[in-house]
Design a protein around this ligand. Structure first.
Ligand code: NAG
Ligand code: NAG
Ligand code: NAG
Length: 377
């Protein structure tokens, strides 16, 4: 495909952008090939490259699964490499199956369930749907109305609700609430089980009313049970997930209020989470650990929001410029690895790259290619 495209560019320079909209695809493929070669070794995901044998956390593995699925969807829709991707997905499933699907963190299981639903959409293997449903049932059971009223505001009329983040019940977090809204909505689209649809609405409504700032539309990261303190940690994935939750509800309720809410949250992203050069960022200088993954999630749901209405030029600019910056400024050309900071500089050859950082950049490039070729809708 690539060499064919280069031939076109040489022969018909002036039409190259029309004939070959596959520059994005080439970049996505190079990133994915690098990801899979470096991080999928001996049928096991690796935490970092150069490999140390250490395994990634469960939720980072789920993000690795999403990265595989981004490439799989793009290729399978073009009729390419179907068996390769089906085998890879099955090998991933078997790896998790061997290590266990349950974790004391409900957002982690939710990420995994979302991946399983995507895998199910590709090949309709009922095993994937059943496992996703099993995880959903555990997550949905975490709804609780005994906690937590923000005491700091002295508000005695506040409403309690939301899903617990962890088995220990120490907090309720956006990842474990907006995430399950998306899961429940997508499950409903498959099963038509109205309980799932109503559950999605209940969780979203609670979160929107209580955990989204009514003026700035920043999405609060979490509320701590013991102190009832709302922690407004500013991370792109909080806004991204709540944007995705709004999109998911708009689809199943055909109610544009949810879409409008998602645009309001996107405005917060535009004003607070992109650089002056339109590149998504999460305080990249101090963005370590889980944070390295977050922009990939934000990119995913901003791309879905853009695909919903392609006249939104500000969104397109952020997606285009972030993807271009990942490629041109954050990429090590020798190793095809990427920096956490999408504005660069590129990582040095031989330096440690985490799977989280690699996932975020690889999924963004793949989502960008799929979105701009109108494959996602
Ligand atoms: C993969 O397996 C080979 C052969 O057993 C072994 O030498 C190598 O260290 C393994 N790699 C990792 C990263 O575990
Ligand atoms: C208390 O919080 C609820 C939402 O939880 C809000 O509707 C209400 O306006 C708040 N009351 C005061 C006095 O701030
Ligand atoms: C990210 O990289 C850009 C360009 O190298 C730099 O200007 C910026 O300070 C970095 N951001 C952080 C928070 O380190």
């Amino acid at each position: 495909m690539r060499s064919c495209c280069i031939v076109f560019v040489v022969l018909v320079v002036s039409f190259s952008s029309i004939l070959c909209d596959s520059l994005d695809d080439d970049r996505a493929d190079i990133a994915f090939k690098s990801f899979i070669t470096k991080f999928w070794v001996n049928n096991t995901l690796q935490d970092s490259y150069p490999n140390t044998g250490e395994r990634p956390q469960y939720w980072i593995s789920a993000m690795g699964f999403d990265t595989i699925l981004d490439s799989a969807e793009r290729h399978i829709k073009k009729g390419q490499d179907k068996q390769y991707y089906f085998d890879l997905i099955e090998a991933f499933y078997n790896m998790i199956d061997k290590n266990g699907w349950y974790r004391p963190f409900f957002d982690d299981m939710n990420w995994m369930a979302l991946g399983l639903l995507r895998a199910y959409a590709l090949n309709k293997n009922p095993k994937y749907l059943n496992k996703a449903t099993e995880l959903y049932n555990i997550i949905a059971y975490q709804w609780d109305e005994t906690c937590c009223c923000p005491k700091d505001k002295g508000n005695t009329t506040c409403v309690t609700g939301g899903l617990w983040w962890n088995l220990e019940h120490t907090q309720k977090a956006t990842a474990a609430n907006a995430g399950p809204v998306i899961l429940a909505s997508r499950l409903y689209e498959i099963t038509k089980n109205n309980d799932q649809r109503e559950f999605a609405k209940k969780v979203y409504t609670y979160w929107w009313n209580n955990m989204v700032d009514p003026i700035s539309h920043q999405v609060c990261d979490n509320i701590e049970a013991e102190t009832a303190e709302k922690r407004w940690w500013k991370y792109t994935y909080n806004e991204g997930l709540m944007i995705g939750a709004g999109l998911a509800l708009e689809r199943i309720f055909d109610d544009s209020t949810y879409l409008q809410n998602s645009y309001k949250i996107a405005e917060f992203v535009f004003g607070n989470e992109v650089t002056s050069e339109n590149v998504l960022y999460d305080k990249d200088g101090e963005c370590s650990g889980d944070c390295q993954e977050f922009k990939g999630i934000a990119f995913r749901y901003l791309a879905l929001l853009y695909a919903r209405d392609r006249s939104h030029s500000r969104l397109k600019k952020i997606l285009d410029d972030s993807a271009a910056s990942i490629w041109n400024r954050a990429r090590n050309i020798e190793e095809q690895t990427f920096a956490t900071n999408w504005s660069g500089p590129a990582p040095l050859t031989g330096s440690k790259i985490t799977q989280a950082t690699m996932n975020a950049a690889t999924m963004a490039l793949n989502i960008h290619a799929a979105t701009m070729s109108q494959m996602i809708n």
